[in-house]
Write a protein that binds this ligand. Structure first.
Ligand SMILES: Cc1cc2nc3c(=O)[nH]c(=O)nc-3n(C[C@H](O)[C@H](O)[C@H](O)COP(=O)(O)OP(=O)(O)OC[C@H]3O[C@@H](n4cnc5c(N)ncnc54)[C@H](O)[C@@H]3O)c2cc1C
Length: 304
């Protein structure tokens, strides 16, 4: 529970954008999660930075939110403030093959822009929901293409501090990790892409999206792949091999289309999903000796 003075101050900085006790279920692709003490969705970059600086000074924990497509928020909700980039960091421009894009823009919006502008390279990322900021932090990837592959630089700031531009080559990017230090907010990224005919880029995007419709439970409530793959073994194959396809705890179920997806089916709770994650990890460890690590980030207070 936050002091009323904090809420009042936030409302003075970002009028109409401050929501105390906001259910995170409304802001995650799982459709799950208890309330954030306060959810703030500033409308412009200046007020987002001012909110972040104020919260830091006041000693309030800050969780940056893109589109909440890689998060499992527990029923007890998030302590402190959730700060959304969705409206505030939404610039997008191209200069030849160099694209500068705000972190709050949806990845799908960036991909459509690239298709219209005839810029190629990111098409394999089609179908990944979430924001550009989330894709940057997570080094989102699919079909052997990673966000880092095209990253020229990233502009970040720490609450209360000025912005810093970091070259992609200075980051220690790896599988699902960009190496952006904890506590840094991604403001925008600069990507280098090759030129190509818009029709060809659009056709590739469509092909990838259709492939994902065939191989993933698209349209169901999930956070994508729950576990990280091993270099020599996909997590879905391990889950399949121990007979857990279709396994269910409460309303949480292992997808029968892609076994690394857990679905919020029939009113799951975050605890149902977390228990199913534990069951999968234990069963896979007992039967194969492999310890699965979660790719989905589990955050928040446990229900009391
Ligand atoms: C159906 C489905 C399919 C998916 N397929 C894939 C896939 O093929 N490949 C893949 O890699 N992922 C996939 N995902 C997972 C997810 O979409 C990606 O990880 C995505 O990049 C997360 O973006 P987001 O904006 O939703 O991040 P969020 O879930 O909002 O946040 C993720 C993390 O990034 C941090 N963050 C977000 N924005 C910023 C910022 N501007 N500055 C600092 N920190 C920030 C958050 O604090 C959090 O720690 C899938 C998810 C779903 C639901």
């Amino acid at each position: 529970m936050l002091d009323q003075g904090i809420i009042t101050e936030l409302r003075a900085i970002a009028p109409g954008c401050v929501y105390p006790d906001e259910p995170m279920a409304k802001h995650t692709s799982f459709g799950l999660g208890g309330p954030a003490d306060v959810y703030v969705q500033p409308l412009d970059e200046g007020s987002l930075k001012e909110c972040a600086a104020f919260l830091k000074d006041a000693g309030v924990a800050i969780k940056i939110l893109g589109r909440g497509t890689n998060l499992l928020v527990r029923s007890g909700g998030i302590e402190g403030a959730v700060l959304s980039t969705e409206q505030a960091l939404s610039t997008l421009r191209a200069d030849g093959g160099v694209v500068t894009v705000g972190s709050g823009i949806p990845l799908s919006g960036l991909l459509s822009f690239c298709a219209e502008s005839g810029l190629t390279g990111l098409e394999p990322l089609a179908g990944i929901p979430g924001s550009v900021g989330g894709a940057a932090v997570m080094n989102a990837g699919s079909y052997d293409v990673w966000f880092a592959d095209h990253l020229e630089s990233v502009v970040v700031f720490e609450p209360g501090e000025g912005s810093v531009q970091v070259a992609g080559s200075e980051l220690d990017a790896s599988y699902r990790r960009m190496g952006i230090p904890e506590g840094h907010v991604v403001e925008r990224v600069v990507l280098t892409l090759a030129e190509e005919s818009p029709t060809t880029v659009a056709a590739r995007l469509q092909e990838i999206i259709e492939r994902k419709w065939r191989t993933q439970p698209v349209g169901m409530r999930s956070a994508g792949c729950v576990f990280r793959n091993f270099p020599d073994k996909a997590a879905w194959a391990l889950i399949d091999s121990v007979g857990l396809v279709g396994a269910r705890i409460g309303g949480a179920v292992v997808s029968d289309v892609h076994a690394n997806f857990i679905l919020n089916d029939r009113g799951a709770t975050p605890e149902d999903v977390e228990e199913l994650i534990t069951l999968i990890r234990e069963r896979v460890s007992d039967h194969t000796g492999r310890d699965l690590e979660t790719e989905v980030e589990i955050v928040g207070r446990r229900a009391h």
